[in-house]
Design a protein around this ligand. Structure first.
Ligand code: AVJ
Length: 321
C-alpha cells in the first residue's frame, strides 16, 4: 500500500542507521551483561550466513519444519479451507511458502517484510510459480499492527509465521507480537506458527554451534558489521562463538566471548571487556506443548491443532483468533 510511506530505516547525515547505533551503544554499555538485539544479525552477509546455517547437518529446524509442511498438506487443507488471504510475517526468501500455498488454495498472498527490495523480488518470483494468485507485498515492520491492502479486506486471513522466529523474543515481546498479529488479521483469522521444541541439550547446543563454523561466522559477523557501520575497532579475531543452553529460560543463547582483556572504540566511545566476558547476541527459545499453548493464549490465540516432524523435534501449531 503506497499511501503508508513510513520511513523504516532512519539514517543520520553520515548514513548511519540511528536505531542500530542506539542499540549497540546501549548494549555495550550495560555493566551486568553486554547484549545486542538479534535483529541486527541480519545484514546482507548475515542473511546469507543464515541461509547457509539452514543447510548444515546440525541445524535441524528448517528441515523438520519443511518435512511437516510437505507431509501434512491434506490436514492443512481440511482445517484451513480455501479462499483465505495468507499473510506471511517476515517472509524473506521463504522456500516454505510454496509448500503451504500449494496445499490450501489461498485467495491471496500478502508477504510482509522490512527489507523492501528483497520483498518485491521474492514476491515476483512466487507470483511466477502461482499464476492467478493475487500477490500483494507490503513493506512493513510486522512487530506493529499492519494495514493490509484493500484487496484482501473481505477475505478471512491465515497468518503464517514459520521458522520459530517467535523464539527469538522474550515472553513479553512475543506476547505483544501475537496480539499485534491478532489485531492485523481480524476476528476470523487463523495463525499457523512454527515453534521449536525443547530437547536434549547437546542436540540444541550443536544446532547453534555447527562443526563447520557457519553459526560462529553468523554470530561474529555482527561484530564485523559494528566495525564497518559504526566506525569500530573491535578485535573480532579475539572473540569466540558460544552457544549456551539456559535451562531456566528454556532457550539457546548465542554469545561472543572475549578471549583476552581488551579495549575498543565504537562510534567514538571507548569500551573495555575482561577475558571471558561476553556479548549476548541472540536468544532462541524452545517450547513444549504447555508452554507453547500458554504463550499463544497470552497472545490472544487459541491453539486448535499441532503437528511435529517424525522425529518430534519441531512443532507447527494452528490457532484461531
Ligand atoms: C531464524 C530465528 C529461527 O533461532 O533458530 C540460527 C536463527 N541463529 N542459528 C533460530 C539462528 C543461529 C534462527 N531463527
Amino acid at each position: 500500500s503506497s499511501e503508508t510511506n513510513i520511513r523504516l530505516v532512519d539514517l543520520d547525515e553520515s548514513g548511519v542507521d540511528r536505531a542500530f547505533r542506539a542499540d549497540v551503544m546501549a548494549g555495550l554499555s550495560d555493566a551486568d551483561q553486554k547484549a545486542i538485539p538479534a535483529r541486527w544479525l541480519y545484514d546482507d552477509a548475515g542473511s546469507q550466513l543464515f541461509e547457509d546455517i539452514t543447510k548444515v547437518p546440525e541445524y535441524y529446524p528448517t528441515r523438520a519444519e519443511t518435512e511437516i509442511l510437505t507431509d501434512r498438506g491434506e490436514k492443512f487443507a481440511k482445517l484451513i479451507g480455501p479462499g483465505r488471504a495468507v499473510v506471511e510475517f517476515g517472509s524473506g526468501s521463504s522456500v516454505k511458502t510454496p509448500l503451504l500455498l500449494r496445499a490450501i488454495e489461498p485467495g491471496a498472498y500478502v508477504p510482509l517484510d522490512i527489507a523492501g527490495d528483497f520483498l518485491r523480488a521474492s514476491a515476483a518470483e512466487l507470483s511466477g510459480k502461482f499464476p492467478g494468485l493475487p500477490v500483494h507485498p507490503v513493506e512493513a515492520d510486522f512487530t506493529k499492527r499492519v494495514q493490509l491492502p484493500d484487496a484482501v479486506t473481505d477475505m478471512p486471513k491465515l497468518g503464517f509465521f514459520p521458522g520459530s522466529t517467535i523464539g527469538n523474543m522474550v515472553a513479553r515481546t512475543a506476547v505483544d507480537l501475537l496480539r499485534e498479529m491478532r489485531a492485523t488479521l481480524g476476528d476470523e483469522a487463523l495463525l499457523l506458527i512454527g515453534m521449536d521444541l525443547i530437547k536434549d541439550r547437546a542436540v540444541l547446543e550443536a544446532a547453534y554451534d555447527d562443526a563447520a563454523g557457519v553459526t560462529a561466522e553468523f554470530n561474529l559477523n555482527l561484530l564485523r558489521r559494528i566495525n564497518r557501520e559504526l566506525d569500530g575497532n573491535i578485535p573480532v579475531e579475539d572473540f569466540r562463538h558460544e552457544a549456551r543452553w539456559n535451562d531456566t529460560f528454556a532457550r539457546v543463547e548465542m554469545h561472543a566471548v572475549a578471549q583476552r582483556d581488551m579495549r575498543f572504540t565504537v562510534a567514538g566511545r571507548d569500551f573495555a571487556m575482561a577475558q571471558g566476558e561476553t556479548i549476548h547476541t541472540e536468544n532462541s527459545h524452545k517450547f513444549d506443548e504447555r508452554s507453547s499453548n500458554m504463550l499463544l493464549r497470552a497472545g490472544q490465540w487459541t491453539p486448535i491443532e499441532r503437528w511435529t516432524d517424525a522425529e518430534g523435534r519441531f512443532s507447527l501449531i494452528l490457532a484461531r483468533a
